[in-house]
Design a protein. Structure first.
Lengths: 169, 573
């Protein structure tokens, strides 16, 4: 099972290298990693999607790094998670409409078009992107690029029922 | 330091080192670090010129382990820095407080594959607690202060400060440093009161407790607290390789070292215990053997200043993050609130069992009257003649294990060795560092001939710097421990482990290095040779002891095996 970790880190040279060095030293696997500034000057947030078995060790080892201020783990139900994907789907003039109609169900935006393919931009939860691909793959995915996952903890209280239903996925 | 006309980054560096109370730097000069070697001339700080940066690093580690203070090593860029990688990793594994200052090519040349350029901070990322590249000389006071703070607090370790040559030459001013720029570093010192109480509950209920004591208790300087606690709970104490000396081996509760080459009773007591109180130890594979078969019936109280150690190998029933001294003090007062400390439980059955094991499975070797000399016997004679009043350093291998087994340590910081990394060649430079730190103490390096050949060039450092040490070279003509494994697990096919025909003449080598060289090869000559070695104090002495090349180190738990199967003799394998 994958978990999402976020780390608030000092924006100093080599911080990302230290984190990836620690992960490779200890044999931890990273599925995705995104890094960017926060609203506070000098601080960046790193979002990591990782395997669960070593989660405790990962959090502790991350916390040991001098430039890491805070590490948070997010349960899927309490995480607001987003990814962005650019995907080029094969589309001939004969089925172009069908491809575009399907994509529009996912709020995907056409950002490029040629005689053989349409390129979409789609953003949303990891599940949203996954479903999008399920429906577009039959037409033939020519190329794909995906951002690392970014996440923030949900502030609104979740009822247990909503948590079980996986709201926020 | 006299005030220079132009105050540079290099001056600021030395002002900072003096501010941190540094007495000695171990180092080797070179191109990029050149500017730092000039203000050294005007500084009260002593510089010990090692002959190799690895040696300088181990000297700084020996200094740090002998005193508890931060060891300092200085080297140039490129090869100077890469030669420091082994001591840095060694210090990281053994949590030794160390600050390494390295020169770097000028900021304008960084990344251009300049002469003697290496990406030192990148290399150090993997083998330090933290590392810095200084890009502005004005930052030197703060960064050096942070480096010493990081190295010496929490779980101690090595910190590297890399300073480009133009930054060392940059005009600057020195300002009193602060720690305001370390928002991500807040080590926990005090254990949580609730966990302290939970620990006491478990300890009071336990029938077969063992105090499993590691190097963290040495780092915390908690020998008095440990002694008081062990007596108050009346529990036997095992001391890991890194903790030898923190609890007196002569004490009735002492069981000695557990693990792969540990004493039968120490290893077995852990296996059969119902409560393991781990204090500053990390369940290292050399202690646990197969972790799934380790102490199967024991609940675990795990005290460590590094939260990442807790639960890393073995789940803890009561985790306590904190400094060993602080936690032991709190445990004692929590216990004192429940009962008189002297009213300790008897645990008669447990101690009877331990006594039976000790009786039935003592350490064992046979010393024939005509030789060959057994290392174990020599160590026992040296211990007897010195009365144990010495600081012992060791290399890595059979001699190291025998030293730990047979010396009988009664004082903290009298045992200095490379535990985690297992760095052959550690003993000699570490002894130089320890002797530089404690000039009035007898410092003896117990070394193997394999180890000795890795760092023996530092003998000349001991001579020229007037740091007289004793070096015992146990010459079995090879890499004894590796040979032991080839004999036991590779059907006796010996491969590259015998150095016999090609060894140097050690006494002659010693003489060439300005030391006194002695050799002993018959059991009857041991005592006079030791007396002679101890009598010479104006020079370093190298005593070659020609020992049995076939002797194997037991007890032994074969790697990865269960600690239930302690092998006492070769015939039992």
């Amino acid at each position: 099972m994958q978990h999402t970790l976020t780390a608030l880190v000092e924006d100093k040279p080599g911080v990302l290298a230290r984190i990836s060095a620690m992960f490779s030293n200890r044999g931890f696997n990273i599925h995705s990693l995104a890094v960017g500034p926060t609203h506070r000057e000098g601080l960046s947030r790193i979002t990591l999607v990782v395997d669960a078995p070593e989660l405790e060790q990962m959090k502790k080892q991350l916390n040991k790094l001098v430039n890491v201020l805070k590490v948070q783990e997010m349960e899927p139900a309490e995480a607001l998670e987003r990814e962005v994907m650019i995907v080029r789907v094969s589309a001939q003039p004969t089925n172009r409409g069908e491809v575009r109609d399907t994509a529009s169900l996912f709020d995907a935006k056409v950002i490029d078009i040629s005689t053989t393919a349409i390129t979409f931009e789609v953003a949303g939860t990891p599940q949203h992107l996954h479903t999008f691909l399920d429906h577009l793959s039959p037409y033939g995915v020519v190329d794909l690029v995906k951002s690392g996952r970014i996440a923030m903890r949900r502030e609104s209280a979740l009822t247990p029922a909503a948590a079980i239903a996986g709201v926020g996925k | 330091m006299t005030e220079p006309t132009k105050f540079t980054g290099a001056h600021s560096l030395f002002r900072s080192l003096e501010h941190e109370g540094v007495e000695i730097i171990f180092g080797v000069p070179g191109g990029a670090i050149l500017p730092a070697y000039d203000p050294l001339l005007d500084s009260p700080i002593r510089h010990v010129s090692a002959r190799h940066e690895q040696g300088a690093g181990h000297m700084a580690e020996g200094y740090a382990q002998a005193t508890g203070r931060v060891g300092v090593v200085m080297a140039t860029s490129g090869p100077g820095a890469t030669n420091l990688i082994t001591p840095l990793q060694n210090a990281l594994m053994d949590s030794t407080p160390l600050v390494a200052i390295t020169g770097q090519v000028a900021t304008t040349a960084i990344g251009s594959d300049a002469f003697q350029e290496a990406y030192t901070t990148g290399l150090a990322m993997h083998c330090t607690k933290h590392s810095y590249m200084v890009t502005n000389a004005d930052d030197i006071p703060n960064l050096v202060h942070e480096a010493f703070h990081l190295a010496s607090t929490g779980r101690p370790g090595p910190v590297l400060v890399d300073i480009p040559k133009d930054v060392l030459n940059q005009l600057t001013t020195w300002t009193k440093p602060s720690l305001d720029n370390l928002p991500g570093y807040k080590p926990t010192v005090s254990g949580h009161p609730m966990q302290i109480r939970a620990a006491i509950e478990l300890i009071e209920k336990a029938e077969r407790p063992v105090l499993y004591v590691g190097g963290g208790v040495v780092k915390a300087n908690a020998s008095a607290e440990l002694l008081a606690f062990a007596e108050a709970v009346n529990a036997p104490v095992v001391t890991t390789l890194m903790a030898r000396g923190i609890f007196p081996d002569s004490h009735r509760l002492a069981l000695g070292m557990p693990g792969m080459h540990g004493l039968y009773t120490a290893t077995t007591a852990i296996q059969k215990s119902d409560l393991l109180v781990s204090l500053g130890a990390r369940f290292d594979d050399r202690v646990t053997g197969d972790p799934s078969a380790f102490a199967p019936d024991a609940k675990v109280i795990h005290v460590d200043v590094d939260p990442a150690e807790i639960g890393k190998v073995r789940a803890a029933d009561v985790p306590i993050v904190g400094d060993a001294r602080s936690v032991l003090t709190d445990l004692l007062s929590a216990l004192g609130a429940r009962r008189e400390l002297s009213d300790s439980p008897e645990r008669a059955e447990w101690f009877e069992q331990l006594g039976v094991w000790q009786e039935d499975h003592p350490l064992y070797y046979e010393q024939g009257p005509d030789g060959p000399i057994k290392v174990q016997h020599f160590i026992e004679r040296l211990r007897a003649i010195t009365g144990g009043e010495a600081v012992i350093t060791a290399g890595v291998g059979q001699h190291q294990m025998w030293a730990s087994q047979f010396w009988g340590f009664d004082h903290p910081r009298t045992w200095i060795n490379s535990g985690g990394l297992g760095t052959m060649g550690f003993a000699l430079p570490a002894a130089v560092g320890a002797k530089a730190a404690r000039p009035d103490d007898l410092v003896i390096a117990l070394d193997g001939d394999g180890c000795f050949q890795m760092t023996c060039q530092e003998l000349i450092t001991a001579t020229t710097e007037d740091i007289p040490i004793k070096v015992i070279v146990f010459n079995n003509g090879g890499y004894g421990m590796v040979k032991q494994w080839q004999n036991l697990f590779y059907g006796g096919r010996l491969s590259a482990v015998e150095l016999g025909g090609h060894c140097p003449d050690y006494p002659k080598l010693a003489e060439a290095m300005g030391c006194v060289g002695l050799r002993v090869d018959h059991p009857s000559e041991i005592d006079p040779a030791i007396e002679k070695t101890l009598a010479i104090n104006d020079k370093s002495v190298v005593l070659e002891v020609v020992v049995d090349p076939e002797e194997m180190c037991f007890p032994m738990v074969p790697a990865g095996g269960s600690n239930d199967n302690v092998v006492m003799r070769r015939e039992d394998l």
